[in-house]
Ligand binder design. Sequence first.
Ligand code: HEM
Length: 444
Amino acid sequence: MSKQTSGRPWSVFSELPANIWHSIFRNPLPQSDLGRSSTSFTNFFLHIQPVKVHRHSLRLTYTWGLGLMAFFLFLILAVTGVLLMFYYVPSTTQAYDRMLHLRGTVAFGIFLRNMHRWAAHGMVAVVFLHLCRVFLTGAYKKPREFNWVIGVGLFLLTMFASFTGYLLPWDQLAFWAITVGTSIASYAPVFGKDVKFLLLGDTSVGQEALLRFYVLHVAVLPLLMSLLVAVHFWRVRKDGGLSRPAEEDEAFPMEEAEPVAVAAEAGTGAAVASASAKPTLKAALEKKVYGIQGIVRGPFTKIGNVPDRSVFSWPNLVLAEVLVFLVTVAGVLIVSLYFNAPLEDPVNIMHPPNPAKAPWYFLGLQEMVSYSAFWGGVGIPTLEVIILLLVPYLDRKPGGVGKWFARERLLANSLFLTFVVVNIVLMVIGTFFRGPNWEFVSPW
Ligand code: HEM
């Protein structure tokens, strides 16, 4: 609460810090359950979160914070990306020079570019790990099927955003990686050549391609991703919070439940049991007064699920989020401090490097292309994406949700892990074991 001024002439100044603080944060730190729930309700940033969250969802070993980490990397990319836009010019005659300026003359320019580059690689890896976590815990099952589909969309957009960014420095690495990447697209039957032309705005990588990749990278893809991330988060809430094993929702023995203050839960006119009186949950529920807000069906956490094992989001969830945020930022800062983003020679279309390699996350694809252009570049990847999209609609057995490597999911998890291992092995071969003319070489 804002304090009244003491009336002394200098008090305006002595009370300035406190008055500014209270004008922004109107309520003191909450001491009661009512306070904790209204903290979530009344704060712009917190109100997209539930007032209460299940204890199981807060376990680090369940989510490993991967979804949040992906989101924070996306934010870091947005901030560093906007700062880079102040210097970058999407022109084949200027782009490379601007990279040199960032490296040599702009204060913290190289650090900014490092942060953007490593956060982008990190995001591709973290989003993939998040996908693995969701699969291996069976979290795509009913009612979360559609959120899985949105997730697959986010995964593809993340890869595409990273790919479009690759061209922008306009160095040898960028030029040839995109030349290889876009020629893979042209192996698609019927539309292949048209897709390549649409992407490049020309028959080969040049000024038109640079401009198109730039617009896709700084505007179209981030906007699409922001929209999908918003729907993804909204669905997490509408699907009843994060997945958890069925037994986690079994009624809590009332006498063992923690004391509660009823006011946070009850409707208007509720009897308010003070926290100091320490009523049991049973006693509290008996006094509870309900007001009909609407007829609700479905998987909302509160339906048929009181009393429960949930805790207030403030401060439990908020602290966990701050922790993941700090770890993510620290990780990006440390890597950016020690490793510089690569910048090779300026583009020379007469001298392709041998071999010309795509970014690492496409090297599995490039390896497959070396066996069959169509199957490796288009056929198998398209089938993989279709199967990923259909996973929740093909696997309809309800068991094994909310647990890592559940016994009931042995077959599904084994198939998925085989798919992951094969893709990683192909990526490792493409990265380390392929030399000039895509011949097999030893990395040692
Ligand atoms: C930009 C990319 C993504 C972001 C920012 C993101 C963010 C999140 C966050 C913050 C959560 C809740 C916390 C957690 O589970 O760690 C979540 C849950 C979920 N995500 Fe993602 N996600 C992304 C991509 C994906 C992908 C690629 C998939 C799968 C194909 C996916 C499927 C899901 C599902 C099904 C849930 C609910 C999990 C559950 O209930 O246990 N997400 N996501």
